[in-house]
Write a protein that binds this ligand. Structure first.
Ligand code: HEC
Length: 163
């Protein structure tokens, strides 16, 4: 009886040992396979990605390379600068969207179109009105608070409110 138990135990432990060895070999091959792929492709271990990550954030350029880089940066800035309403010169739309909030209500003493107060402003001449609208005047914010309005857009809005 005693011997019987021993041999069963040895049999079971052998099976478990063999299974563990097989399992270990499978794991080793799987790991090798994964590691290999990452080095070749664009996994976290790839050389290309590492170089991309450690490259300097801002480069200092001189001479011709510097001039070219500056020019490129400048065109990027100008093309990316947003213009209000996609540059539309629809005076009524600009007035209603930006200026009306004060000028139609007369808020903070803003001259209302069609009133004597506005006629007095109009008498100053377009040049003066443009300067006030572009730079601001007391409670009147520069460009009506929309710095992305172009000079031309401000001008058509003024023409709309004084006509
Ligand atoms: C936040 C309110 C506000 C907004 C928005 C606003 N204005 Fe005015 N505006 C005023 C006030 C207040 C005055 C009177 C300022 C004063 O004379 O002290 C004024 C005055 C003016 C004048 C007369 C300037 C002068 O020299 O007498 C013009 C022109 C004008 N605004 C144009 C515009 C235009 C165009 C817009 C839209 C693009 C606009 N405003 C948006 C408040 C506003």
């Amino acid at each position: 009886m005693e011997e019987q138990t021993d041999s069963t135990f040895i049999k079971n432990i052998s099976i478990i040992t063999v299974l563990l060895v097989v399992f270990t070999i499978v794991i080793i091959f799987l790991a090798r396979d994964i590691g290999f792929k990452e080095e070749q492709g664009d996994g976290p271990g790839s050389v290309g990605l590492t170089q991309e990550r450690i490259k300097p954030v801002g480069g200092a350029y001189t001479g011709e390379a510097g001039a070219a880089a500056l020019e490129q940066a400048a065109t990027q800035v100008t093309t990316e600068k947003a213009v209000a309403f996609d540059g539309s010169l629809d005076a009524e739309m600009i007035y209603k969207s930006v200026c009306a909030v004060c000028h139609t209500t007369g808020a903070a003493g803003a001259p209302q179109p069609g009133t004597l107060a506005m006629a007095e402003r109009t008498a100053k001449g377009m040049d003066v009105l443009m300067q006030s609208a572009l730079n601001g005047l007391n409670a009147m914010p520069a460009r009506g608070g929309r710095s992305d309005l172009t000079d031309e857009q401000v001008q058509v809005a003024i023409e709309f409110m004084i006509k």
